[in-house]
Design a protein around this ligand. Structure first.
Ligand code: ADP
Ligand code: MG
Length: 333
C-alpha cells in the first residue's frame, strides 16, 4: 500500500503530513554537501546547524530560493532523504504525493517541483497552489461565494491572495519575507553599530525580541558578533526598538503588497474581507506586532492562523484526508 503524503516544500522549512497520521516531519530545507565527493553529508536540522560554519569543500545550502527550486538535483535528494526518514520510500511502496507550489510560478518552475518529487521516489504527484493550502489549513472556508484574504509570510516570499469558490481571484507576491528581514538586521548592525553578525544570529534576534509595533516590545538582549574594524569579538546589547528600526523598510514593503492587493480586489469581495478580516500564516506571522501593524495600516481586522508554520501542510492534510472538498488531480508520470 502506498503512503499518501502532503508536502509543504518551503524555502525555509519542509513539512510532511501522512494520511491517517498527522504531521510526521518538520525540517529546515537545508542540505550539506561535500562538493568534491559529491556526497550529501547532512539534511534538515543537522545541515542547518552547519550553515556559515563549513570548511572549504563542504557547503550547506538552501536548494530553494524565493519559493522556487534553485538546485533541482539537491532538492530531489533532500526529498528522497526525507522519504527514507519517514519510511515512505521503497520499490514496492512509493508514496503518492500532494505538494505545494507558489501561485503565479512559471510552467518550468511548476514542472521542476513535480519532476523533483518523482525523482525523489514518488509514484503519483498532484500540485496544489500554496495560498489555497494555507487558507484551508488556517481554517478558512474557501468553497463558497465569499471572499477571504490570506497573507502567507515565509522565508523567501510573501504571498497575498484573495480566494472565493475554491479559486484565486487576485494575488500578488514579493520576495520580501523572513530572509530579507534577517538581512536587514545584519545590515543595520553593520551600519549603525559597526558589528558583524551572521544570518542565524540575526534570525534569532528577530524571533526573540523582534517587534514591529511598540505595543509588543520585549526588551533588550546581549548578542555577540565581531567588530567591523578590529575584527575582534564584540558583545552588544540590542533592544526591540532598534530591531524595529532595522526592519522598517522591508516591513513597509510587506504592508504595501497587502494594501495593493486590497486595492485591486473587486468590491463585493473586499466587502467580505472587511467583515471577515485577513488571515496571516507562515513563520513571518509570528513576528511581534505584525498583525496589529497590518490591521492599523489597512483598517481590516487581522487573525493569525493557529499554528502559522503548519498552515500549508495542514491544508494539504485536510485535502488528502478528504475533509475539504478541494479537488486534486494526480498526474502519473
Ligand atoms: P517557508 O514556507 O518559506 O519555508 P516558513 O513559513 O516556514 O517559510 O517561515 C519561515 C520564516 O519564518 C523564517 O524566515 C523564520 O525566521 C520566520 N519565523 C519563524 N518564527 C518566527 C518568529 N517567532 N518571529 C518572526 N519570524 C519567525
Ligand atoms: Mg511556506
Amino acid at each position: 500500500m502506498s503512503k499518501q503524503l502532503g508536502i509543504d516544500l518551503g524555502t525555509a522549512n519542509t513539512l510532511i503530513y501522512m494520511k491517517g497520521k498527522d504531521i510526521i516531519l518538520r525540517e529546515p530545507s537545508v542540505v550539506a554537501i561535500d562538493r568534491q565527493r559529491r556526497r550529501v553529508l547532512a539534511v534538515g536540522e543537522d545541515a542547518k546547524r552547519m550553515l556559515g560554519k563549513t570548511p572549504g569543500g563542504i557547503e550547506a545550502q538552501f536548494p530553494l530560493k524565493d519559493g522556487v527550486i534553485a538546485d533541482f538535483d539537491i532538492t530531489a535528494r533532500m526529498l528522497n532523504f526525507f522519504f527514507s526518514k519517514i519510511h515512505a520510500s521503497g520499490i514496492i511502496s512509493r508514496p503518492v504525493v500532494v505538494i505545494c507550489i507558489p501561485y503565479g510560478v512559471t510552467e518550468v518552475e511548476r514542472r521542476a517541483v513535480e519532476d523533483a518529487t518523482y525523482e525523489a521516489g514518488a509514484k503519483d504527484v498532484a500540485l496544489v497552489s500554496e495560498p489555497i493550502a494555507a487558507a484551508i489549513g488556517s481554517g478558512l472556508r474557501i468553497n463558497g461565494p465569499r471572499g477571504s484574504m490570506i497573507v502567507d509570510i515565509g522565508g523567501g516570499t510573501t504571498e497575498v491572495a484573495v480566494l472565493s469558490l475554491n479559486g484565486i481571484v487576485v494575488s500578488s507576491s514579493t520576495r520580501v519575507a523572513g530572509n530579507q528581514l534577517d538581512d536587514a538586521i545584519v545590515q543595520y548592525m553593520r551600519d549603525e553599530h559597526q558589528v558583524l553578525i551572521g544570518r542565524s544570529t540575526a534570525e534569532e534576534l528577530k524571533k526573540k525580541i523582534g517587534s514591529v509595533h511598540p505595543s509588543t516590545d520585549i526588551g533588550e538582549i546581549e548578542i555577540r558578533g565581531s567588530n567591523l574594524r578590529s575584527g575582534l569579538a564584540a558583545s552588544i546589547s540590542i533592544s526591540s526598538a532598534q530591531i524595529r528600526e532595522a526592519l522598517d523598510l522591508p516591513v513597509k514593503q510587506i504592508l504595501e503588497v497587502i494594501r495593493r492587493t486590497l486595492a485591486g480586489t473587486p468590491p463585493e469581495l473586499s466587502a467580505d474581507i472587511l467583515s471577515y478580516g485577513i488571515m496571516l500564516s507562515g513563520g513571518g506571522a509570528l513576528l511581534g506586532g505584525l498583525p496589529r501593524l497590518i490591521s492599523e495600516n489597512t483598517g481590516v481586522r487581522v487573525t493569525v492562523a493557529k499554528q502559522p508554520l503548519e498552515s500549508v501542510v495542514r491544508g494539504l492534510g485536510r485535502i488528502i484526508e478528504g475533509s475539504s472538498d478541494y479537488p486534486v488531480e494526480f498526474r502519473a508520470r
